[in-house]
Each structure stands twice: as C-alpha cells, then as structure tokens.
Design a protein around this ligand. Sequence first.
Ligand SMILES: Cc1cc2nc3c(=O)[nH]c(=O)nc-3n(C[C@H](O)[C@H](O)[C@H](O)COP(=O)(O)O)c2cc1C
Length: 187
Amino acid sequence: MRVLAIVGSPRIKGNTSYLVDQALEAIEEAGIETERIMLSQYEINPCLGHDVCASYESCIQNDDAGRILDKFRTADGVILATPVYYYNVSAQMKAFIDRNYWLYKHDQKYQARTVGIIVVAEQIGIEDTVHTLRQFTEEFDIGDKGMFIATGYANEIGDAVKNLSLVKDARQLGMQMAKLLKGHIAK
Ligand SMILES: Cc1cc2nc3c(=O)[nH]c(=O)nc-3n(C[C@H](O)[C@H](O)[C@H](O)COP(=O)(O)O)c2cc1C
C-alpha cells in the first residue's frame, strides 16, 4: 500500500512541505509506505491542449509528467499540497493538474481510495484553492468520506512549525487517511 504526496511549493523546506511531512510521518507510523514529490524538482511542462492526445500512445512532451502521473494514478492514497499563490494553487500544481488531461483522454482511472488536501496561505485565498483541488479530485470518485483537508496560515519559512493547530491538523489528516486505508485491508 502506498500514499503519494504531490507538493506544489518550490520551497523545499517551506511550510507546505513541512506539513506534508507531518502527514506522511503519521501515515508511515501506521505501516504504510509513502513518497513525496516536490513538483519544482521535476520538469513538468504545461499541457499543450492540442486535444488529439487520445490517439497517441504516449504524450508528445518528453518531460517528467508521464512517470509522475503513473505513480499518481496507481497510488492507494494521494495528498495534494500547495501554498496559495495569487488566490489559488501554485503554477507548479496547476501544470501538474492540467497534465492529468492525458489520463482523462485515455480513460485511465485513479486507484486512490482516499485524498488529502493541504493548503497554506499568508492570509487570503484558501477557500478558492481548496475548491480548485476538490473539483480536480472529483474524478477520483471517493466521495466526502475519503476526503481529508488541512488548511491554515503561515508565511515565512518556519511559520508552519510554530502553528501548532495546523501541525496537529496535518498529522490528523495523515492518521485519517491511514485509518481508511487500513480499514480497506481488513475487509
Ligand atoms: C507568488 C506568490 C503569491 C502569493 N499569493 C498569496 C495569496 O494570494 N494569498 C496569500 O494569503 N498568500 C500568498 N502568498 C504567500 C504564501 O502562500 C505563503 O508564504 C505560504 O506560506 C508559502 O508556502 P511555502 O512555504 O510552502 O512555499 C504568495 C506567495 C508567493 C511567493
């Protein structure tokens, strides 16, 4: 069993990645394998929107998106985490979301049974950002029961560490995802 976290912040030691690590730690403590992908460390170009990709065997863009999408599609649980950039997801996250069009066009279904959403902002835009990510993950068809959300405020690197209720929420998100996945095993 595997949970994959996709992180849209370019700050490797920033607030979003710190909170993701908290969630992943809780998931690992439950005996579930995890992986964190910082999108900024990969080449993920924007979708070209030529709309004929359904007829191609592989995306014509020779970047890292294909390999990441494979992992994303087959993970048992996924976390999408982003800072708010101008009232919505970061550009890295938006490019990743758009490249999922390939899966959509090839009718490739997501296998995750649980989704976590983590959003951090200095002060404004959390609601719209969560809305974007929720809309995107509707394709997972998991319903509200499998969806866990942790949001809060932090700005400078290190702020999230001091925001104890946010840290608690991120760990809680991890624990809830793990519990749901473990429950599936028991059945
Ligand atoms: C380009 C850019 C745009 C931002 N836009 C917003 C915004 O619209 N609303 C907000 O509250 N914070 C905004 N912020 C602040 C970040 O959301 C905040 O610093 C967050 O903690 C960064 O997360 P990170 O440490 O994981 O990178 C912006 C920051 C940057 C660099």
